[in-house]
Structure formats: C-alpha cells, structure tokens
Design a protein around this ligand. Sequence first.
Ligand code: SAM
Length: 242
Amino acid sequence: MDQRELLVNGARELDIELSERQVEQFMMYKALLQEWNEKMNLTAITEDIEVITKHFLDCMTVNNALDMNEKRTVIDIGTGAGFPGLVMKIAFPNLKVTLVDALKKRLVFLEEVISKLELTDIECIHSRAEDLGKNKSYREGFDICASRAVANLAVLSEYTLPFVKVDGYLIALKGQKLDEELEQGKKAIKILGGQLDEVVDAKVPFTELNHKIAKIKKVKPTASKYPRKAGEPTKAPLGVEK
Ligand code: SAM
C-alpha cells in the first residue's frame, strides 16, 4: 500500500471519505512538517508512514467521539504542529477552527501550512491557554475543544473547559492510562462545569495503537475565577491532593 492509499483507507476505517484535494493537502502538510522540522523542533515523528498513522490518522479518530461533519466551531489548545486541530480542518472543511499554542515559532509554521494549503475559516493564536481563557471573545465560545498530549486531565480541564459552550464537548485524545487520569481529574472536571460523557475507543488504523478519547460534556458555565493565572494549573492541579 502506498502512502496515499494508507491515508485514504485509514480514514475510511474511521468513516471519513477523503477527496483527492484533501489527500493532496495532507501530503503537502507532511512535506512542510518534514522540511521545517529540520530547522526547528516540531515533532519526533518524521518518517512518512508514521506521520500518516501516528499524526494524521490518530487525530482523525476524533470522528469516533462526535460526528464532525456538522458545522461546528473548534478550538485546539496546545496544538504544537497542528495536532489535532489542523488535521481536523483538512479532514472536515466545514469546521471553523482556532489553533492555540504558547510557542510563537510553532504558530509561524502553522500560518505557512494554512497559506500553502489555502485553508479558510481557520486562525492561529499565540497565547497561553490560561490567558486566552479569560478573554471574553473566546471564553465559552466553542462547540468543541480538542486537545492532544498537552497535560493530564486535571490540568487540561482547566486549560480547556473555559472555552467550551454549555452543551459543548471537550475531546481529549489520550493513551491507555486514561482511567488513572480520569480518577485523578474527576474533581477538576466537575469544578470547571464538565461531566464525563463517554470514554471512546480510538484504535489507530494500520497500527497497534489502542488510544482512548475522553469525551467530556460541559454541563454548567465555568466559574469566572478559572482558569487561574498562568502556571497555577500545573503547580497546583485542581482537586488533586498534594
Ligand atoms: N498537540 C500537539 C501534538 O499532539 O502533537 C503538541 C503536543 S506538545 C507535547 C504540547 C504543546 O502544548 C506544546 O506545543 C506547548 O507549547 C503547548 N502548551 C503547553 N502548555 C500550554 C499552555 N498553558 N497554553 C498553550 N499551549 C501550551
């Protein structure tokens, strides 16, 4: 199977039909990631097949948690080189996507990919989650917050739930240790107005990876004192005994 077939067949296993244009966009994204990664540290995963499986298909598993074909607004906190938010935008062009990261150089890369791929309805913001979460234009402004590999759930909930509208969802892409994280993070999720809706299986096609997704519903507005100031959520995670 060549790279394009791997991408198309893998996406199909996740109920996603990619057009030729979308496949082309993923291939350009991969080439830019590999090229820029030689100058700056964007990802440890650089080999063609692995970029397709461990980045692109892994991020597309969000479709197991929620039907992404509806028109929705999405914010990705700690997007790094665009995972999962930029992958979601390419795979589901109907989404309106905001990518956020605290590291400026990653945003420069993302702007370049967005421009080369001629994507619209997508913006990049250089900010820490704790600062942007206080901004009225963004707070409780999104149907979905998606995030991968940024922090454990106790911390991640404080970074992300303030952005989610009531009745919207936090979609947290996680590995096998989700149960432990949920146990540790359950108080924080409740304090911030969330409720675990479902743990979703996210087997990554053509790999041995059996990832999990925490699908957390926003059931109440987040109290205005959250998020606390930058650095506090990691220093003293909400609801976790010292
Ligand atoms: N989500 C990407 C992925 O799965 O490949 C990147 C993961 S990387 C391990 C974590 C990213 O989160 C980094 O790009 C870092 O700059 C960003 N990050 C960490 N804490 C953050 C915060 N408080 N606000 C915004 N971005 C943050």
